[in-house]
Design a protein around this ligand. Structure first.
Ligand code: AMP
Ligand code: ZN
Length: 114
């Protein structure tokens, strides 16, 4: 989608070092990390937020989740675990309107969120 930051990252229009990429999804480190390890996994297809998902997006989102946990393991987060988060719309704290899964690890995170 025109004027979407993460569509531009996915297409390469904004050069970003990808830590994973296939036909459907890609992953890259967050520009403002909130933990020692903080990366984002996104579908290349523009979907604004989690509540816009269609049933036909289920395989895509399954692939996204699977690759997120594989990357988390590769980056050394398996032993202590990590936080996997989708912020959704205003109350969820979403600032970029293109679905992205945050993966945060390398420190103990608090709960509940503020
Ligand atoms: P959210 O607030 O859940 O929408 O998360 C958006 C995330 O995108 C934030 O954690 C930002 O730091 C991150 N972000 C914004 N621009 C970039 C960028 N160019 N490259 C990597 N991460 C970004
Ligand atoms: Zn987009």
């Amino acid at each position: 989608m025109k004027d979407c930051l993460f569509c531009k990252i996915a297409s390469g229009e904004i050069p970003t070092e990808k830590i994973y990429e296939d036909e459907q999804i890609c992953a890259f480190f967050d520009i403002a990390p909130q933990a020692k390890t903080h990366f984002l996994v996104i579908p290349k297809k523009h979907i604004a937020n989690l509540m816009e998902l269609k049933e036909t997006d289920a395989p895509l989102m399954g692939q996204l989740l699977y690759q997120a946990e594989e990357l988390a393991k590769k980056l050394g987060l398996e032993e202590n675990g990590a936080r996997f988060v989708f912020n959704c719309k205003e109350d969820g704290g979403q600032t970029v309107s293109h679905i992205h899964l945050h993966v945060l690890g390398g420190r103990k995170l608090s709960w509940p969120p503020g």
